[in-house]
Write a protein of this length. Structure first.
Length: 370
């Protein structure tokens, strides 16, 4: 029995960590370098604490509510019809912007494999293959999830291993405070550590176990902290290789790392991004088809063309897009979950809750003003 509980516990931890680990990590070294590593690491572990709370709140909402629902369903139950529609619109737009982020980053990984040639051509190939997979109704299989997590995990470990070998660059790391850019890393770390989508599955694995609430709390804590630690190691590794990293981290590796290593990183990165593009695209497609009853033509226009049109319209800054999604959509999501939990648990505003909400409000205000 204990062996089974341990197995399920680590399965839940892996599920959450796997949902968290993603493209957002590539924005962190640049943000940390600009703000100063001290500020960057402060936000990284602040965001880890914030998301432990948010992930736990969402799990508690699920446990307190009869029946199975999605995020929009809980918004309808606890915040009303208008909030449900707003949250659905927010989720769809957020996912389309995330797909645009994958398109932008695909160019960077493509350049690691083949430096020559037009970047837009590589992006269009990636977009075509991702779109075909989404509309060929590729099932959301475990292999896709494994490619996402495994690819980025191997990249992070490789970068850290290469970076710590460069002692001279490590000694020159910027631990000073750059106060004008003090809020710059906040939105990227919110983007990088969000794992709300995995919480329903995590709860399903553990809810019938003895001491279920305690197991869920522990799995959320471990599953959120592990990616934060890996992200910190990755940031140090990138800055060890290049003290002035590019916005996406990987572009700045050209000339700093042997070509054969760049090729492997490029392949792993593209496989991971392609898998992520399919997973997110399928989620948008399902919401539009099952929840909103859109026609196949409308779904095609939304899922296939919208990310590419956003890119062609000029939304081509990886760091800018990550900050926008993290500071606007994920900040709003965090506020929604907190408000839903207050209703579900019948709690009043307390100082810790106000401080939690203030993190999202500050991120939201900063991105709007910026």
């Amino acid at each position: 029995m204990k062996i089974m509980i341990k197995k399920d516990f680590w399965l839940a931890v892996g599920l959450l960590a796997g949902a968290i680990i993603g493209a957002g990590v590539f924005s962190l070294p640049f943000a940390f370098q600009i703000s100063g590593l001290s500020i960057g690491f402060f936000y990284l572990f602040l965001a880890a604490a914030v998301y432990i709370a948010i992930h736990w709140m969402y799990s508690d909402i699920i446990l307190r509510t009869e029946g199975e629902h999605r995020f929009v369903g809980y918004a309808k139950i606890y915040l009303g019809e208008k909030a449900a529609w707003f949250s659905m619109l927010m989720t769809i737009v957020e996912m389309i912007f995330v797909m645009t982020i994958y398109l932008v980053l695909s160019q960077s990984f493509g350049n690691l494999i083949l430096a020559s040639g037009e970047g837009i051509a590589k992006l269009l190939i990636f977009w075509f293959l991702g779109s075909v997979a989404v509309f060929a109704s590729v099932k959301r299989i475990a292999l896709l999830e494994l490619l996402i997590v495994g690819g980025i995990f191997l990249i992070m470990i490789a970068i850290f291993g290469l970076g710590i070998l460069n002692a001279e660059n490590l000694r020159s790391l910027n631990f000073n405070y750059n106060w004008p850019a003090a809020l710059l890393p906040l939105a990227p770390v919110l983007f990088a550590l969000s794992g709300r989508v995995a919480i329903p599955s995590l709860v399903k694995i553990l809810r019938n176990k003895e001491n279920a609430k305690q197991l869920i709390w522990k799995s959320i804590a471990v599953g959120t902290i592990m990616p934060a630690i890996l992200y910190g190691l990755f940031a140090v590794g990138i800055l060890g290789l290049n003290p002035l990293p590019s916005e996406d981290s990987v572009s700045g590796l050209i000339g700093q790392v042997p070509n054969w290593i760049l090729f492997i990183i490029g392949i792993l990165g593209l496989l991971s991004l392609w898998s992520s593009y399919i997973v997110v695209g399928l989620d948008v497609k399902n919401i539009l088809f099952f929840d909103l009853k859109f026609s196949k033509t409308a779904i095609f226009l939304m899922v296939v063309t919208a990310p590419l049109l956003l890119y062609l319209a000029g939304l081509q800054s990886f760091f800018g897009l990550v900050g926008f999604v993290g500071g606007i959509f994920l900040a709003l999501e965090g506020i929604f979950i907190t408000l839903m939990w207050l209703r579900a648990a019948k709690r009043k505003l307390t100082l810790p809750i106000v401080l939690l909400l203030s993190v999202f409000v500050v991120a939201l205000a900063y991105e709007i003003i910026k």
